[in-house]
Design a protein around this ligand. Structure first.
Ligand SMILES: Nc1nc2c(ncn2[C@@H]2O[C@H](COP(=O)(O)OP(=O)(O)OP(=O)(O)O)[C@@H](O)[C@H]2O)c(=O)[nH]1
Ligand SMILES: [Zn+2]
Length: 205
């Protein structure tokens, strides 16, 4: 029996049965025709199938349930901050279907029961919401709300710093600009000092 690493390639590739591959392939072929390309030339012949497979991975989060990820909890009796910083994330801007990417920082203060979840689960949670057509603000809130709902913590803080390729490679063409969004719940929302302390830990390098 083989033991898969935490985030195996197989796992990331998602469930191909969940995507209508034939439909995705036909759509990519149409798009290539629409921009004036020849989808039958040798270099593009396999492209619709490749894009369909890539989309199955890029949008795998549509089919994933955050509750399953956050079902792993440990009784640690910990009542102070748990923060995982610099979680790399790749998402897709739902307006232009091009990537935005950067870092997510996810922290929480466990609830009365002192239960914590596995550290890797915070990264998995980010992926569940990143692998969907997204808007950065919504993704930030969704991560915070999922933690709030499933862990019942005293507080949650989520900060995402990302570069949107739709603002770099096209349109306004401002490559290198970073968009920072935050969502705070519980203690981080109610107590400015707690929030400021967490923010300095998150943003401080
Ligand atoms: N608030 C927010 N805006 C986003 C995000 N991703 C992309 N956008 C913006 O969505 C907007 C879409 O604007 P539209 O005027 O409908 O589309 P557009 O003509 O392609 O806009 P330009 O990008 O300005 O060329 C743009 O201003 C993008 O910068 C995001 O995650 N959050
Ligand atoms: Zn965009």
């Amino acid at each position: 029996m083989s033991v898969l690493p935490e985030e195996s390639e197989d796992e990331v590739r998602a469930d191909p049965a969940r995507i209508d591959s034939a439909r995705a392939e036909a759509a990519v072929r149409e798009l290539l025709l629409a921009v004036g390309e020849d989808p039958d030339r040798p270099g593009l012949r396999d492209t619709p199938a490749r894009v369909a497979r890539a989309y199955a991975e890029t949008f795998a989060g549509i089919w994933q349930d955050p509750a399953e990820i956050l079902a792993t909890v440990f009784d640690e009796d910990h009542d102070e901050l748990v923060l995982v910083k610099d979680i790399p994330m790749y998402s897709t801007c739902e307006h232009h279907l091009v990537p935005f990417h950067g870092m997510a920082h996810v922290g929480y203060i466990p609830g009365e029961d002192g239960r914590v979840t596995g550290l890797s689960k915070l990264g998995r949670l980010v992926d569940v919401y990143a692998r969907r057509p997204q808007v950065q603000e919504r993704m930030t809130r969704q991560i915070a709300d999922a933690l709030d709902e499933h862990l019942k913590p005293r507080g949650v803080i989520v900060v995402i710093e990302a570069e949107h390729l739709c603002m770099g490679m096209r349109g306004i063409r401002k490559p290198g600009s970073t968009t920072v969004t935050s969502a705070v719940r519980g203690m981080f929302r109610d107590n400015p000092a707690t929030r400021a302390e967490a923010m300095s830990l998150v943003i401080g390098r």
